[in-house]
Design a protein around this ligand. Sequence first.
Ligand SMILES: [Zn+2]
Length: 55
Amino acid sequence: MCECSKVHLFEVEFKLEGMTVVPTHKNCGFALDEKQADKFQKELVKSWGFEEEED
Ligand SMILES: [Zn+2]
């Protein structure tokens, strides 16, 4: 599990494991924890130009 204090989106690689995407920190090679993963998935979606829809 990645324990780096600062991780930037451009350092994150989204690896496909089976049917799930695992955000992995390129610098250390470890998968991000759930909280970080969630954050970066949101940032990734934003970088694609989509905003999350809210009910
Ligand atoms: Zn790391």
